[in-house]
Write a protein that binds this ligand. Structure first.
Ligand SMILES: Cc1cc2nc3c(=O)[nH]c(=O)nc-3n(C[C@H](O)[C@H](O)[C@H](O)COP(=O)(O)OP(=O)(O)OC[C@H]3O[C@@H](n4cnc5c(N)ncnc54)[C@H](O)[C@@H]3O)c2cc1C
Length: 391
């Protein structure tokens, strides 16, 4: 976690200062500015949307919740199928037509959000790093590498580095690949408790023969390269890596922090799905809720009531997903294969809300015709008790 240091104060220069010009911060800025609030976003990098470090896979349902139309400019691909590949190389195919999944051009998406925020009246300063923040009785004093400024409230949307629960962060790598032969236009999920570990690997197809491959819990390197080469070759996919990135995934769950003049949102607050680390929608909506509450918060001098609003949107579901992720960790490759067989046999369909509300799928499995009894014979009792406790 990056610590915010204390510093002396000076005159007020915005009503709401937002640290971080990515999905959570820009969503907060857009909504608060539309309410007539004087908002300034302070972004460390020299370009909004860059460097890009995200898979970009989201649901259209989520995009709608963020109030952004799914235009060609921000979308790279529409996903209609996927496969889960297990450690014994068996693969399970899923029809995802009803799941409403799309792949974002994350760079363009962030720029579009910035444009919407600016049109709503927000100011954006790029290439400026927040180095310290001090909460005062009347406001917040912010020191950047260029100046000292102050605001009545601050929204911290500065990403995973500010997430307080260090054990809830895992390393990840993601490579951009140019596919030479056998481009697969669906999502691939790789599960292998020995070679990949307690998280999973992914393949996300972009447009024109490009894809992103990566894994959580791994930093890349030769072993990972070998794993992906052989797993993708088994599916007839041959490629060259053309870009590599490393970044942290937030999987520790939403950290509730109500009240006060400084409110964390997005990855900084753990507003990601602990099952997949996806946080574009859950963090973006977290930012938008903060923006909506800002008028009230300016009057009261604190963000009291935020957690209740976020819980109603995603917070409760994210808490359920902490349990789902724990149960997934308890299962070995054989048990996971048993589960996949069950899900396949039951023909359980994934619809649009399921991508952000994973617990819905588990509920469907548990309440399916033979689901509950079959599941009991596949996974340990402790795990089944935890799952049942969710509903
Ligand atoms: C490899 C990888 C793949 C992913 N794939 C997906 C996916 O497919 N789908 C999905 O939904 N999610 C995915 N995610 C998660 C998603 O990228 C994040 O949840 C989302 O970007 C979080 O948005 P945010 O605004 O909270 O933080 P970030 O996007 O991390 O933005 C934080 C911003 O704050 C700025 N900043 C940091 N420190 C300072 C400072 N001191 N001063 C000023 N500015 C600062 C940064 O420059 C950055 O612009 C992935 C993440 C990774 C790492």
């Amino acid at each position: 976690m990056v610590k915010l240091k204390l510093n002396p104060t000076s005159g007020m220069t915005s009503e709401v200062a937002i640290g971080g010009g990515s999905v959570a911060g820009l969503s907060a800025a857009r909504v608060a500015a539309a309410l007539g609030i004087d908002v300034e976003v302070i972004e460390n990098d020299m370009e909004i949307g860059m460097p890009e470090k995200c898979g970009g896979l989201i649901s259209v349902d989520g995009l709608t919740k963020l109030g952004i139309p799914p235009t060609r400019k921000i979308l790279l691909n529409t996903i209609s199928e996927g496969k889960v590949v297990l450690s014994d190389t068996s693969s399970y195919e899923f029809d995802l037509k009803k799941a409403g999944l799309v792949v974002l051009n994350r760079n363009e998406f962030d720029k579009e959000l910035a444009s919407l925020a600016v049109r709503a009246g927000a100011r954006i300063s790029i290439g400026e790093r927040i180095e310290s923040v001090q909460m005062e009785d009347e406001g917040v004093t912010i020191r950047t590498n260029k100046r000292q400024t102050s605001s009545k409230l601050m929204i911290n949307a500065m990403g995973a580095g500010y997430y307080p629960n260090k054990r809830g962060l895992i390393p990840a790598f993601q490579n951009l690949i140019a596919v030479k032969d056998g481009f697969y236009d669906g999502i691939l999920v790789f599960i292998d408790k020995v070679k990949i570990g307690d998280f999973f690997g992914w393949y996300i197809p972009l447009d024109d023969g490009f894809a992103k491959i990566g894994a959580g819990g791994r930093t890349g390197g030769q072993e990972a390269d070998r794993y992906f080469e052989s797993a993708l070759q088994a599916l007839g996919i041959r490629y060259q890596v053309i870009k590599r990135i490393n970044a942290s995934l937030v999987v520790g769950g939403y950290v509730r922090r109500d009240g006060g003049r400084i409110l964390p949102v997005g990855d900084a607050a753990g507003q990601t799905k602990p099952t997949t680390a996806g946080g574009i929608i859950t963090g973006g909506v977290g930012g938008a809720i903060a923006g909506r509450l800002a008028r009230d918060a300016l009057e009261k001098g604190d963000f009291n009531g935020y957690t209740t609003l976020y819980d109603d949107a995603y917070g409760k579901e994210l808490a359920r997903q902490v349990t789902l992720a724990q149960v997934y960790k308890m299962l070995n490759d054989k048990q996971l294969k048993g589960l996949m067989d069950l899900i396949k046999d039951e023909d359980i369909e994934m619809d649009s809300a399921d991508f952000d509300f994973h617990s819905y799928i588990i509920r469907k499995v548990l309440t399916s015709k033979v689901g509950a009894s079959l599941i009991s014979s596949i996974i340990p009792r402790l795990a089944i008790a935890r799952l049942k406790g969710l509903f």
